[in-house]
Write a protein that binds this ligand. Structure first.
Ligand SMILES: Cc1cc2nc3c(=O)[nH]c(=O)nc-3n(C[C@H](O)[C@H](O)[C@H](O)COP(=O)(O)OP(=O)(O)OC[C@H]3O[C@@H](n4cnc5c(N)ncnc54)[C@H](O)[C@@H]3O)c2cc1C
Length: 175
């Protein structure tokens, strides 16, 4: 059984960003992602808002996204388009860029930070003990972690374990 301080279930945008943040903070983190690549069925999200670009710039990676997308005024409220071009930010605009590209760029960053991503593998169950969480994987292996983080989307196994998981297999310490 391999051990990590944090195991993240799900390598979508949330899991990838969290992994990058934790790695930068020196935390031993790994991702388990059931897809074999970052390719997505369908288009999903179509871009980034100004504040997200600011955060990516704080991490030194905004240019990777800006070089692939198209800047545009995309902010809106109640159906009204808002022009933020005079806002006091280095990025007074949104960025049109499909989610599949956003994920690919984030995955490249996470790779550079040497975060292991176990692809084509699903978290199937987990059990919390006093000192951490045992995470069962679909390939029959398991991982030991201090924390398990559910970044596994809207039908999250981690956030909402199915009734078939017995009461002693409760959600891990949430972070
Ligand atoms: C059809 C559709 C259209 C959308 N359109 C838009 C849009 O136009 N604009 C917009 O802003 N947003 C849109 N969204 C929302 C956007 O895609 C989500 O906000 C975003 O994907 C959430 O990222 P996430 O990382 O939290 O979750 P997800 O992207 O769902 O990622 C979860 C990841 O966890 C993996 N996973 C799941 N279960 C397990 C498991 N047990 N073990 C291991 N891995 C697991 C999945 O394979 C996936 O990679 C759309 C979503 C859908 C479904």
């Amino acid at each position: 059984m391999t051990g990590h301080a944090v195991v993240i279930a799900g390598g979508g945008p949330t899991g990838l960003m969290l992994a990058g943040e934790l790695a930068l903070a020196g935390v031993d983190v790994a991702i388990v992602e059931r897809r074999t690549s970052q390719a997505l069925a369908g288009s999903r999200a179509g871009g980034l808002h100004s504040r997200t670009i600011e955060i990516l710039e704080q991490r030194g990676i905004a240019d990777r996204f800006l070089s692939e997308g198209q800047v545009a005024q995309v902010a809106g409220f109640a159906g009204t388009r808002l022009d933020i071009s005079d806002f006091p930010t280095r990025h007074p605009y949104g960025l049109a860029l499909w989610q599949t590209h956003i994920e690919r760029i984030l995955a490249g960053w996470v790779d550079e930070l040497a975060v292991p991503i176990f692809r084509g593998i699903q978290v199937t169950a987990f059990a919390q003990g006093d000192s951490g969480v045992d995470v069962e994987l679909s390939d029959g292996q398991s991982l030991r972690a201090k924390y398990l983080v559910g970044c596994d989307g809207g039908r999250s196994l981690i956030a909402r374990p199915p009734a078939s998981i017995s009461p002693d297999r409760i959600p891990p310490a949430a972070i």
